[in-house]
Design a protein around this ligand. Structure first.
Ligand code: KIV
Length: 284
């Protein structure tokens, strides 16, 4: 099946057909994600932690993001791919935002971009990027690029004041021209009211079950990234344990001379040639 389009996603939301969205940062993982039938892949700036080993998303550069998007596109040629705009790639000016959003489309064949934040400045950027013909997903709630303003990496939308603020952000982002919204780290009822208030698709990561689709960080859900696991993650596998076990067995077998077995893991040679070479070895 071909790549889904934004009209497909709008229709899915109308039909109550939930979107499956997952992060991906590399060729191999993207290949498995596409084979599993994911609707969308986000090349999130979480690549900073998951792929590059930073403690936060702040150090991620445009070049890091583009390189990962290109690899994901090679692994998932038929999946809708969202490029995540890194910290300070869109905050400075409309021109900077358009130029960097354009790189995701031009250099990595992404289908749209996502950017974090609410408020008038962010809406100005969304207007500018969509004005240049690039589709945008807004992102509100627990937005890591704004952690300092939020008082840390804390769940949002828990007080009536904060819920009202998020509802205003959602309305303004829709008006600014974003085609959909991602809500992160809020109670289920907050996700529910934001979804109710908006006419465009509303997706969630840690925003409960009432939204139009779910996003999850792949390395969390397969039990690969174990530095920290958010409350809203469900683990579907334990890849970390599988890898650890395989690596430890390999180390043991090489040390003990169990691997490789020449009859199984080495190239064949003409027996005559082998015999002659063995003769040379004996004389050495
Ligand atoms: O970078 C990312 O993976 C994200 C999600 C956590 C929403 O932005």
């Amino acid at each position: 099946m071909g790549r889904k389009t934004i009209p497909d996603f709008v229709q899915m939301a109308k039909d109550g057909d939930k979107v499956t969205w997952i992060t991906g940062y590399d060729y191999l993982t993207a290949k498995y994600e596409e084979r599993a039938g994911m609707d969308m892949i986000l090349v999130g700036d979480s690549l900073g932690m998951v792929q590059l080993g930073y403690e936060t998303t702040f150090p991620v550069t445009m070049d890091d993001a583009i390189r990962c998007c290109q690899a994901v596109r090679r692994g998932a040629p038929n999946t809708f791919i969202v490029g995540d705009m890194p910290y300070m790639s869109y905050q400075i000016s409309n021109e900077q935002a358009i130029e960097n959003a354009g790189r995701f489309i031009k250099e990595a064949d992404c289908d749209c971009v996502k950017l974090e934040g609410g408020g008038p400045e962010i809406c100005e950027r969304i207007k500018a990027i969509t004005g240049a013909g690039i589709m945008v997903i807004g992102h509100i709630g627990l937005t890591p690029q704004f952690a300092a303003q939020l008082g840390g990496y804390k769940a949002q939308g828990k007080s009536t004041d904060n819920i009202k603020k998020l509802l205003q952000y959602a309305e303004d982002i829709e008006k600014a021209g974003a085609w959909s919204l991602l809500v992160e780290g809020v109670p289920a009822v907050t996700g529910k009211i934001i979804k109710k208030k908006c006419d465009f698709p509303v997706y969630g990561i840690g925003a409960g079950s009432h939204v139009d689709g779910q996003l999850i960080i792949y390395a969390d859900m397969v039990g690969y990234y174990d530095d920290f696991t958010p409350k809203f993650v469900k683990k579907y596998a334990n890849v970390g344990e599988v890898l650890q076990g395989a690596f430890e067995t390999y180390v043991k077998e090489v040390k003990e001379g169990v691997f490789p077995e020449d009859a199984k893991h080495a190239y064949k040679i003409d027996p005559e040639v082998e015999k002659e070479v063995e003769g040379w070895i004996e004389k050495m």
